[in-house]
Design a protein around this ligand. Structure first.
Ligand code: FAD
Length: 458
């Protein structure tokens, strides 16, 4: 029988790779993991975590302002960008260390360096060869910048956390969640932000009411939205950058241009061709429902497979792979991954929280759907002086009374929607929502007190 150095070799120490390596080792497997950068991947280093920390920072501006209505008098403190950067960097280093420690204490051998496949069972990391019975490719994705004149002057989300100096004037290109979040965050931190998006609405794929509502709220906070606009060129000037828009030649002077227009799978330079691993037209590794690629001994998950690109999804996929390769945990069944009712948040100001179908998708999938919607000023803002409004929306499938879509734009929407996601996963009906007692006075209680539909089923 052929012997291997490892039972499993993981390429990539990000959300999915670390989870798969650690859990496999805990099941007794001999596991190696190669990572060429800081441990933790996109989420820990340049994604979810630093972004959320900066989003917290940005909210203080509003909080100081709003506190006056509650009797707090005096000037707001000034913002120190370098201090925030230093504190973030310290926290991220601490997390990097925890990831290494978790892997090592589970018995995973960490190999620092760039890994590539040589064949179905062999990986090379900086000249060293390792064999493994199975290999998991969890190499994530990377931001791309289109071929626009002046692209050498722009930055991607990876650079936003350590910009120096602080961009007083920022132009964000893109309308996806990453673009919207950075627009909100830097606006909150004090930049003058312009966001340019080629479509007429932000956040393709989200519910249309949410898209309209969040654009209006972001505009109120001061983000200058230019929808249906495209960048013609970016020119370097003595004072910064001059961004030229297509048609009409409008020019906008800024300090920094962030392109957040898309991400591609990290599938090149990994030796996929050498091993015979198939990728689709978009360059993502093709996998079956067990995350097995076209080569039976090679698995892939997370952003490199370009399904739903979220950390908890990569973690869920990792657990399916672990169960598939090494069996489920004692007394448990092997896990499956469902991509239906995946909740998510967008950390715009105000936040978006969403689970289930948009109204358009629900109508397409379920036919007759009843819509409940509330748009109101939260109690807090009766004194805060803020004009911020909150949107809450429920979509109910007529045939079953099941709640199939739940959307919110408002403070802490992600925190609120997470709990409702459990109920929806369990198949909660509108009747169950109606019979649930609200928590008063909260914003969240609105989800269990919406009685009058705004549209009867169509
Ligand atoms: P990654 O976490 O990207 O890990 C891949 C790892 O592989 C990297 O560490 C990389 O260095 C390494 N690697 C690549 N190639 C090689 C190689 N050949 N050899 C060795 N190592 C290699 N998701 C959320 O759920 N919530 C959020 O709020 C959120 N915010 C985000 C904000 C931003 C700005 C971005 C960019 C992403 C955000 N995401 C968020 C998405 C989330 O970060 C990803 O979905 C998640 O990190 C994917 O995990 P992964 O394991 O597939 O890849």
């Amino acid at each position: 029988m052929q012997t291997f150095d490892f039972d499993l070799f993981v390429i990539g120490g990000g959300s999915g790779g670390v989870r798969a390596a650690r859990m496999s080792a805990q099941r007794g497997a001999r596991v190696g993991l190669a990572e060429f950068a800081a441990m933790g991947g996109t989420c820990v280093n340049v994604g979810c975590i630093p972004k959320k920390l900066y989003s917290y920072a940005a909210h203080y501006a509003d909080s100081f302002e709003e506190s006056h209505g509650f009797g707090w008098v005096g000037k707001a403190p000034v913002f120190d960008w370098d201090l925030l950067k230093a504190n973030r960097a310290r926290e991220i280093s601490r997390l990097n260390g925890i990831y290494v420690q978790l892997l090592e204490s589970a018995g995973v051998k960490i190999i620092n360096g760039w890994a590539r496949l040589l064949d179905a069972h062999t990986v090379e990391v900086d000249g060293q060869k390792f064999t493994a019975k199975n290999i998991l490719v969890a190499t994530g994705g990377t931001a791309t910048v289109p071929d626009v004149p002046g692209r050498e002057h722009v930055v991607t989300s990876d650079h936003m956390f350590d910009l120096s100096p602080f961009p007083r004037r920022l132009l964000v290109v893109g309308g996806g969640y990453i673009a919207c979040e950075f627009a909100s965050i830097f606006n909150g931190l004090g930049s003058q932000v312009t966001q340019v998006h080629r479509r007429d609405k932000l956040l393709t794929g989200f519910d249309d009411d949410v898209r309209r509502f969040v654009a209006a709220e972001m505009s109120k906070t001061g983000v200058q939205l230019k929808l249906g606009a495209e960048i013609a060129a970016i020119h370097k000037t003595g004072e910064g950058l001059q961004v030229e828009l297509m048609g009409g030649g409008e020019r906008i002077e800024v300090d920094t241009v962030l392109y957040a227009t898309g991400r591609i799978p990290n599938a090149s330079g990994v030796g996929l061709e050498a091993a015979g691993v198939a990728v689709n037209a978009a360059g993502a590794i093709q996998v079956d429902r067990h995350y097995q690629t076209s080569v039976p001994s090679i698995y892939a998950l997370g952003d490199v497979t370009a399904r739903i690109q979220l950390t908890p999804v990569a973690l869920g996929e990792a657990m399916v792979v672990v169960d598939q390769l090494f069996g489920p945990a004692a007394g448990k069944k092997p896990r499956n991954m469902s991509y239906e009712f995946v909740p998510t948040a967008v950390f715009t100001h105000p936040n978006i929280g969403t689970v289930g179908y948009s109204e358009a998708d629900a109508r397409e999938k379920f036919g007759k759907v009843t819509v409940f919607r509330a748009d109101f000023k939260a109690l807090k803002h009766t004194l805060s002086g803020s004009t911020e409004r909150t949107l809450m929306k429920l979509l109910v499938e007529d045939a079953t009374d099941r709640v199939v879509g739940l959307h919110m734009v408002g403070p802490d929407a992600g925190e609120i929607v997470q709990g409702f996601a459990v109920a929806m996963k369990a198949g909660a009906t509108k009747a169950i929502f109606d019979s649930t007692i609200g928590i008063h006075p909260t914003v969240a209680e609105e989800f269990v007190t919406m009685r009058e539909p705004v549209s009867a089923s169509t």
